[in-house]
Each structure stands twice: as C-alpha cells, then as structure tokens.
Design a protein around this ligand. Structure first.
Ligand code: NFS
Ligand code: SF4
Length: 642
C-alpha cells in the first residue's frame, strides 16, 4: 500500500506522494516490507554473540528459557542493551575526538584552516583542566587543552576531568556507585569485554558498566565535542534561520551537507561564499549556490551561521526526491544506505567524505583536516559541475519553509537571563520556585518510521509548553519543531501556558529553545548543573523539576543519551520501549529500581500526550519534594494528587 504521511509537515507529505507516483522506494516502504518484525529482537532476547548460537529465549511458552550457554533473558537483554550504549557512546565520542584533533592542528600549525574563534571559552574550558591561562599565548593554551582532552579518551589512571563539572552531590554518588567514568574509550572497550561470551551475566552489573560508559559519552566525548567545537567554530548565539525542503532553490546550485561533524561542514559554509565559486556557478547558468543541511551537521551550521536546514533524518531521501539536489555530501552517522540507489534515479551526486564511512559505488572524496579548504572547494566545484545535468522537468521543490530562531547555549541563556552584566540563572530558578514555571523538559532525538512521523515530537512539545514547562530541544526533534513553527518565538507563545509566556517575555527567550545537535545534549547537562548551582532547587540534578524524552528515538546514540540522562538523575521517557520487554527483571530495574541508585529512571509510553503527562507528574513530584509554591496559573493538565 502506498505510504501517506498523516501528521508530518506538508513538504514531507508531498514528497512521499511523489515517491509513490514515481514508484521510488523510501524508508517507509522498506519499513512496510519488513513487517512483521522479529518479536525476539523487539524484546531483546535473541543473542548471536557466539557461534553456539544464535539463540532465542521463549518468554511465554514452553520453549527454551536460556541460550545454549545457559544465559537467561535478563543477561541477554542487558548485554544487547549495553552494546547499544557502546555503539552510541563510540559514535559521539569519536566525533569528539575528531574535534579535539582539529583543535590540536589549529594549535600546532599557524597556517591551519582552523583557528580559535572563541578565546574566552578556550580559557574557561582550559580552566576546567587546570591549564594555566594567564599571560599565555592562545595557541599554547589550545595545545595544552587539545592534549588534555585527547587524554580523556585513553588515560590509564584517574577519572574524567569533564565529569567533575557535574554538581558535587552527583559526582559523589557516581563515585560511590563505582560509575565515575575512567576514560572514554576504556568504558566502551569494557562493555565489549563484559558482553563477550561467558563474562558478565549479572544484568545489574552489566547496566552499571553501561552507565559508566554513557557518562563517558555525555560528560566526556559529547561534552568535549560541544565545547571544543565552540572554541574552534564559535559559540552560538541566538540566530534566525529557515527550515524545510523549501529552502532548496530551483535557480541555484543546491548543495546539501548531511551527517554530523562540523569539521567539514563549517568550512563548506565559509567556502560557499567565495566569490570565485559563486561566479563559476553563475557561468554555469545558476543564480548562485544554496547550501543547506540535513540531520545534526545541519544543526551545527544553523546554530553558528544561520545556514538553512533542509530536513531531519526521515527527510534525507525526500531531499533527493526533489530532483533539485546537485550534490549531497555525507560524513558519518544516520546516513541511510538507501541514499545510494535513490540518488542514482536522479542526477544527484552523492559523495562520501569520511574514511570511516564509504558506500559501494559512491564517489569518495576523502576529507583531511589539513587540507580542509581545498577539499571543500573541490566538492563545491563538483556540485556546480553537476548543476548542468539537472533535469528541470523532474524538479519539484515543495514551497514550504518555516522561519526559526536557534543558537541557544548554556552560556547564552545565562547571559540572556541575567542581562549583560549580571549573568545569572536566578530569574529561571525564581520562576520555578514561585510556581510561574512548572519545570523544564528536554525533548530530543530521532524520527523513526515505526511511528507516525513527527506526531510524537510535536504533540509532546505542545503539551509541555501548554503546561508551563520550558522545552529545550536538540537533534531531529529540533528540526521537527522548526518545521512546525515551534521555534518561532511569536508562534510558540501562542501555545504556551500563561506562566511560561510571562517568563519568556520577561527574559526574552522563546518557550522552545533549540540548543543544537545531539552531541549538544551536553549543553543540557551543563545547564542543569548551572540551575543546581544557582540554588533554591535542591543540590543535585535529581532534585530538579525536570524530565527528558526522545519520543521517536531510533539510534544507538539515542540509547546512550537516554542512559546518561538517567544516570545524571533525570526521569527519561521514550514512546517505543527499549528492547527489554523480554526480561521482566531488567524492565523493572530500568523503570523503577535504578531510581534509588542514580535518581533517574526510564519510562515507556506510546502515546506522546500521555507521555507528556507522565513527565508533568514527575515534575510535580519533584516540586512537592522541594516544597515549592503551588503553580501560579490554572494548568491545562491538572496536577495529579501526588
Ligand atoms: Ni541524533 Fe543527529 Fe537525528 Fe537521531 Fe540521527 S541525526 S545525532 S541520532 S536521527 S536525532
Ligand atoms: Fe547463545 Fe550464549 Fe552464545 Fe549468546 S552467548 S549465542 S546465548 S550460546
């Protein structure tokens, strides 16, 4: 049956119809063909980590209750789950390593294409690593910082310096539990060791190691990626931009960057403005060069340069279906292999750039940081070259675009709230304490064809802001919010509760704050820490009236993120459950028992509005524990008697 999107933005709906008409396959068709999906996999109880297997556990009937080695459902599900954490933490952290490497190059080589854009932040982060900053040359400081950051990946002694930024009570708890990460890579390696056949079989002990590894992601690899990107490419400030497929221009050379790392896309953003290249494009009959992004690399260059976002994860194929993309360059992560055959149906040139991510039959122009500008120029020239091959008759660019404001960070919210000379989270904390604001929520993460596209994201965010809960967003959720007008302050105000409207007006922020890409979820961790430090809302992140969600999660990175929020003390909800339903013990531990240990826990709820209500209930529980004043305004969702 041809797919029709019911809830998504109009541009996506149109492109899916176009795919149907032209008989071109998309992720939704492949999803349909895959039904019914394997129940053992969905429940987390199949194992193929050794060749006595594959084994699968029968959770209900008369079938086997253990694998051939004797591993039960708890062990198998926990092993599978923390291997997902290892994958996610590895992806984020390897990204962080590349950024640290780029900083090292900028520090070592004065003629590098990378420079230090934010010296203030360089000094602030150097301070965290106890690096001397006074009377020292910027490049010397950067060199020490790059080495210190790189050391966090492989050190053999001590624990992560970045993780010490968490509130004192939190760090103490991690140390007591034995989950303070030692080194970013080490914790990932230890997951792989412990989940090898015949090592750790205690599901709680396995999850402990998962927690330690994901903390090495959130408070390590991802945080290094964010902070060092700010130093190299500039710390974002609120900026206007445009979103959705309508940002493509039928008269211009359309170049899309898709993937995650800003090392290449940030350079492309500059080189695209080169007069010589623009002239080359014009000589080919184009009106100019239109750069746009997909997925998190889009968020990176949107936050820093206001480059338009063409779409999120589920729109990567839809962009190609416009017939107007002259070149799509990809680096790493969330790039569908299906792009390769789809781009062959159009003139679109697909180019891989990372030695870590090649595709058979797809042109590979390898990116090296030491020739960044040169390689960026080559790629843009190829896009220009390919423009002349575009078949005008096949071009359908949906007209939909939505304006947005992005570029919030833990620093910019700080400055905003306190005014230039009195940077402070005080007004935010006071608003929560006084009951003007119910609390705050992070709504983040992917989109997934296993849910009605964007319904989870949008319904949840709307329900939260309607109930006086400030929303911070990253990743593909942020792009969905953008396309639905929720990153337009004027628009979002319309949906926000009275209390949230008041506080947003008073401090000059919108009710939904776009804080960046998925590695930038680390900005949420630092923001939560600042809120704790500001005082009046307890002494740990787990005391705060906050909650997190990834309604349409898909990737292993989302699993790692969810776990590091739980491990940091945050109640975290997703719609489709983690693959743990085949192990009652593991399920109960993650959704209940774990809270006593780390202060946060998981919850699963398919209905995004109900899920939002569960977040609000949790926020109310935390308000009650803190003995905060009753909420100032009547709420659409009535506080339960908790
Ligand atoms: Ni995050 Fe960004 Fe999107 Fe999910 Fe993929 S792009 S890193 S993983 S799909 S939010
Ligand atoms: Fe089966 Fe055990 Fe081997 Fe897993 S480790 S495949 S459960 S025998």
């Amino acid at each position: 049956m041809p797919k029709e999107l019911k809830y998504a933005d109009e541009a996506s709906k149109k492109m899916v119809l176009k795919a149907n008409e032209e008989n071109l396959e998309t992720v939704w068709d492949r999803y349909e063909k895959m039904q019914p999906q394997c129940g053992f996999g969905l429940m987390g109880i199949c194992c193929k980590i050794c060749s006595m297997g594959p084994c699968r556990i029968d959770p209900f009937g008369e079938g086997p209750r253990t694998g051939i080695c004797g591993a039960n459902a708890d062990t198998i599900a926990a092993r599978n789950l923390i291997r997902m954490i290892a994958g996610g933490a590895a992806a984020h952290s390897d990204h962080g390593r590349d950024i640290a490497h780029a900083l090292l190059m900028a520090a070592q080589n004065p003629s590098s294409d990378y420079t230090i854009k934010d010296e203030e932040k360089l000094k602030a982060i150097a301070g965290i690593y106890h690096i001397q900053t006074e009377n020292r040359d910027t490049r010397e400081i950067a060199l020490d910082l790059a080495r210190a950051a790189l050391n966090e990946f492989g050190q053999q002694e001590g624990t992560l310096v970045m993780a010490e930024r968490a509130p004192e009570a939190r760090v103490k708890r991690w140390k007591e539990l034995g989950i303070m990460p030692r080194a970013i890579d080490r914790e990932i390696v230890e997951i792989m060791h412990r989940t090898h056949m015949g090592v750790d079989t205690d599901y709680r002990n396995l999850i402990r190691q998962g927690l330690r590894a994901c903390l090495g992601d959130g408070w390590g690899g991802s945080m290094i990626a964010t902070e060092l990107s700010d130093i190299l490419f500039g710390t974002p400030n609120p900026i206007r931009g445009e979103s959705n497929l309508g940002v493509l221009d039928k008269d211009k050379v359309n170049l899309i960057v898709h993937g995650h790392e800003p090392t290449l896309s940030d350079i492309i953003a500059y080189v695209c403005q080169d007069e010589k290249l623009i002239k080359k494009a014009k000589d080919k009959g184009a009106a100019g060069i239109q750069l746009a992004g997909i997925c998190c690399t889009a968020n990176e260059i949107l936050m820093r340069h206001g480059i338009p976002v063409a779409g999120n994860f589920l729109q990567q194929e839809l962009a190609i279906l416009t017939g107007a993309v002259d070149l799509m360059l990809v680096d790493v992560q969330c790039i569908m292999p299906g792009l390769s055959s789809l781009s062959n149906c159009f003139h679109t040139k697909l180019v891989t750039t990372s030695p870590k991510a090649k595709m058979p039959g797809v042109e590979h122009i390898e990116f090296h940081e030491d020739h960044a500008v040169k390689i960026a120029t080559t790629i843009i020239e190829q896009a220009i070259e390919n423009f002349s091959k575009r078949d005008g008759k096949r071009v359908v660019i949906p007209k939909e675009t939505k304006g947005l404001v992005a570029g919030f960070t833990s620093e910019s919210v700080f400055n905003f709230l306190g005014g230039k000379y009195r940077a402070s989270y005080r007004p935010l904390n006071d608003a929560v304490i006084a009951g003007r604001l119910r609390g705050a929520a992070g709504v983040i993460g992917c989109s997934n064809p296993n849910m009605e596209y964007e319904e989870g994201h949008i319904k949840m965010v709307l329900e939260l802001i309607k109930n006086d809960t400030l929303v911070v967003t990253t990743g593909c959720n942020a792009i969905s919010c953008a396309k639905h007008g929720l990153l337009q302050p004027e628009n979002a105000f319309k949906y926000a509760g009275e209390g949230l409207q008041e506080i947003c007006r008073a401090v000059g922020i919108p009710p939904v704050l776009h804080v960046g890409s998925c590695v930038d979820n680390s900005r949420i961790l630092t923001t939560l820490t600042h809120v704790v430090t500001e005082g009046g809302l307890g002494n740990d992140i787990s005391d705060l009236p906050v909650a997190g969600a990834a309604p349409e999660w898909m990737s292993e990175k989302a699993v790692s993120i969810g776990f590091y929020f739980v491990a940091s003390g945050v109640y975290t909800i997703i719609c489709r459950p983690l693959a743990v339903m085949g192990s009652k013990n593991l399920h109960d531990y993650l959704t209940d028992g774990i809270e006593k240990e780390v202060g946060g826990k998981w919850a699963f709820e398919l209905d995004p509005v109900k899920a939002a209500h569960m977040m609000l209930d949790h926020i109310d529980r935390k308000r009650k524990a803190l003995k905060l004043k009753p909420l100032m305004y009547e709420q659409a969702y009535k506080p339960k008697d908790i």
